[in-house]
Design a protein around this ligand. Sequence first.
Ligand code: FE2
Length: 437
Amino acid sequence: MTETEDLRARIATALSHSRGRTAVLTDAVDGDDLVRQHSPLMSPLVWDLAHVGNQEELWLVRDVGGREPVRQDIDNLYDAFQHPRADRPALPLLSPAEARSYNRVVRDKVLDVLDRTPLAGRPLVADGFAFGMVVQHEQQHDETMLATHQLRAGPPVLSAPPPPPATVRVSGEILVPGGPFTMGTSVEPWALDNERPAHEVDVPPFLVDAAPVTNGRYAEFIADGGYDRPRLWTDEGWAHRTAAGLEAPLHWRRDGDGWACTRFGVTARIEPDEPVVHVCFHEAKAFATWAGKRLPTEAEWEKAARFDPATGRSRRYPWGDEDPEPRHANLGQRHLGPAPVGAYPDGASPLGVHQLIGDVWEWVDSDFTGYPGFAAFPYREYSEVFFGRDYKVLRGGSFGTDRDACRGTFRNWDYPVRRQIFSGFRCARDASPEEVG
Ligand SMILES: [Fe+2]
């Protein structure tokens, strides 16, 4: 196989993998359920379903392929910038059957375009970028649809084997040495514009938790009055905590002297060793203050994840440059929740930081902004229009993030009040001179 044939085969596999996941998420419920809005925060599943097809048509059929439109008349309906999620159920959307057949027609054309397009030259197609962008886009909507499933009431419709158990004990903090490291990437072929370009950042020495904060630790924060002490919260965080009546992570409820949580329709006692999930940025920050620590900055998080002190270079992933395998990280909706701390020793970074990739997205204390030298590509609406103080960054991916949509450089962003996403965190703190040694 030539290199191009190999790339085409990998793209075709990735396209079919994402479509298979979309089918799992949308075939699991009936038509009524697909058109219903399960939360004002989310679109009806049938909107996501046709939206992934519409984006695929726009980029791959029309732009890359230069072909005639399939359904230009529906572009506006599925333009996320035209209609906020809360308004989408009232739109004259394609029915589930229409959406599925539209997606099939588009996909057939895309596979033909893939066969005929030279994957070099024009930046949009070089290394298959536009195809990779579309694969990642569908996977991102699959994760969004998984979050919709989590918000949906009713008996369970999704199933998966439980995550692996812990095989090593992971606790305490890891010292990350001070000095420059390479953040972002200029060489990862499917990296999105906001991950580019690679640039040097000088990070002072700091300590980072070896693992994400667990349910058990988070329950201690609650038991110690964490939600009742304004001084642990920022002014903005406290105002939100009060207005929204926050008392525990989303989906938690009291169960005797402890806590239970409901996950995809199944209620059980919380697992103390699993990373806490469904907390907002403000909750993460209040916990960190309570623990005498802080959240890592985005640069600190990425240095902890990618920096190899032996070579001085930044890896693609904490474990090295190889693509994620199931032994490295809890990704891809193979399991319907995070794995306990200590379940992925093969995925640890060279410094010994665990579970940075997969399990839960990790809030970091940084606004979403462009790196020095940022250039919007292929359009401003991908990232640039979100830059600024409104959005906080999340890193590392969750159990619901596919490996094609996750890298050591990958950046997610959301409002600091959001917690319907699979969001957790870990803490960090400055290193004292004695600790630096
Ligand atoms: Fe989208």
